[in-house]
Ligand binder design. Structure first.
Ligand SMILES: [Zn+2]
Ligand SMILES: [Zn+2]
Length: 319
C-alpha cells in the first residue's frame, strides 16, 4: 500500500501518474536532499553550503544535519531551502539506521534512540509532519527484509555520493528492487550526503529533477511525495511513456538503457560501439509487476526513473 503522505490532497487517487512525471505540466527543478553543515558534522556553514549549490544551478536543497531541524527558506535569489534533518538509531533487528525527514513541522522527540526501532523512528518523523526517506541502507548494513515494515517511508536513497566516494557503499539498488518486488511502492533518490571534509568532493554527485508548477516547499514536497521526479548522477531522462505494454524512453545521449522488473523480467539495451542512444522502445512482459528505467552515459553517470507499478496486463492476476 502506497504511503498517502500529508501532502496528498484529499480525493486524489491511484491513477494520478504516481511515479511518472513525464507529460505533466510544470517545469523541471533540480534539487539536493541530503546535506550537512557546521550545524552538525559538516565543515561548511549553512550560508556557504547554500551558496555552493546555488552557484551550481540547483533550484532547491534540503539541509539535513544530524538531529538538528533546519528552517525552510522560500526562494531567495532563486534557491529554495526545504527544512529537514537526519536522525539515527540502532534497531534491535536492523542495527544502525539513518532516516531523513523533509518538511517537518517540528523537531520530533527522539530521546533513547539506542532503543528506538526503525519503525518507531519513522513514525515519529511522520508525526512531526515530514516525508521520510530511508538513508543509505547499503552503507548502514541493512538487509532488504529489515525495511519491509517501513510503510510510512516514501522512498530510499538508491545512490548516496558520500557513501560511495568515502566507503564504496553508495548504491542501494538491490534493496530497492527487493522492496519493489515485494509490492512496496518506494521512490528512488540520488543524494550527496555532503559533509565537505575534503573540499567539495562529496557535493554535486547525486540529485533529483522534480516536475512541479511552482518552486515552493509545499509544491516540491507534494511532487516528491507523488514520485514526480527522476534521480541522476549525470544524464537526464527526457520522456517515459507507457502505451499498453509498450514503453517509450527518450534520454540525453547514453550508452545503455535498462528496463528493470522483478527477477528476470529485465533487459539492457546497449548502444553500438562509439555510438549513443537517445530513444528506445521496449515491450513489457505480460507478467511484469513493475518497471523502472535506468540510463547510463559514457562517463558512468546514471539517471533512474521511479517505478511504475502493476504495468503488465496480467500483473494483478494471482496477486
Ligand atoms: Zn546518514
Ligand atoms: Zn547524512
Amino acid at each position: 500500500m502506497v504511503n498517502l503522505g500529508r501532502y496528498r490532497p484529499v480525493g486524489e487517487t491511484e491513477n494520478m501518474n504516481l511515479g511518472n512525471p513525464f507529460g505533466l505540466p510544470g517545469e523541471w527543478f533540480k534539487g539536493s536532499l541530503h546535506i550537512h553543515s557546521t550545524k552538525s558534522d559538516g565543515d561548511r556553514t549553512p550560508d556557504e553550503v547554500t551558496a555552493w549549490y546555488q552557484s551550481r544551478g540547483f533550484h532547491f536543497i534540503a539541509l539535513t544535519d544530524h538531529g538538528v531541524l533546519s528552517q525552510s527558506q522560500e526562494p531567495a535569489d532563486g534557491l529554495l531551502v526545504l527544512n529537514g534533518m537526519e536522525i539515527e538509531g540502532v534497531d534491535p533487528q536492523a542495527g544502525l539506521f539513518h532516516l531523513v525527514g523533509l518538511g517537518l513541522r517540528e523537531n520530533p522527540v527522539l530521546d533513547q534512540m539506542s532503543r528506538t526501532s526503525m519503525r518507531e523512528a519513522q513514525n515519529r518523523l511522520l508525526a512531526a509532519g515530514g516525508l521520510v526517506i530511508i538513508a543509505h541502507p547499503y552503507w548502514s548494513g541493512q538487509l532488504s527484509k529489515d525495511l519491509l515494515n517501513l510503510d510510512g517511508c516514501i522512498g530510499l536513497e538508491i545512490y548516496n555520493g558520500s557513501c560511495e566516494v568515502e566507503d564504496a557503499k553508495g548504491y542501494s539498488l538491490v534493496h530497492w528492487d527487493d522492496l519493489l518486488a515485494a509490492g512496496r511502492r518506494l521512490w528512488g533518490l540520488a543524494v550527496d550526503d555532503s559533509h565537505w571534509h575534503h573540499g567539495s568532493q562529496d557535493a554535486g554527485l547525486g540529485w533529483i529533477w522534480v516536475r512541479s508548477e511552482t518552486l515552493s516547499q509545499e509544491a516540491i514536497l507534494a511532487a516528491i511525495d507523488r514520485g514526480h521526479f527522476f534521480s541522476s548522477t549525470g544524464p537526464r531522462i527526457e520522456d517515459l511513456r507507457l502505451e499498453g505494454r509498450d514503453v517509450f524512453v527518450r534520454c540525453s545521449p547514453c550508452v545503455a538503457v535498462d528496463f528493470i522488473g522483478r527477477g528476470p523480467h529485465s533487459r539492457r539495451v546497449i548502444a553500438q560501439a562509439g555510438d549513443c542512444i537517445t530513444q528506445v522502445e521496449h515491450r513489457l512482459d505480460a507478467h511484469q509487476q513493475y518497471l523502472r528505467v535506468a540510463c547510463r552515459d559514457k562517463d558512468g553517470g546514471w539517471a533512474w526513473s521511479n517505478p511504475l507499478m502493476n504495468v503488465g496486463s496480467d500483473a494483478n492476476a494471482g496477486n
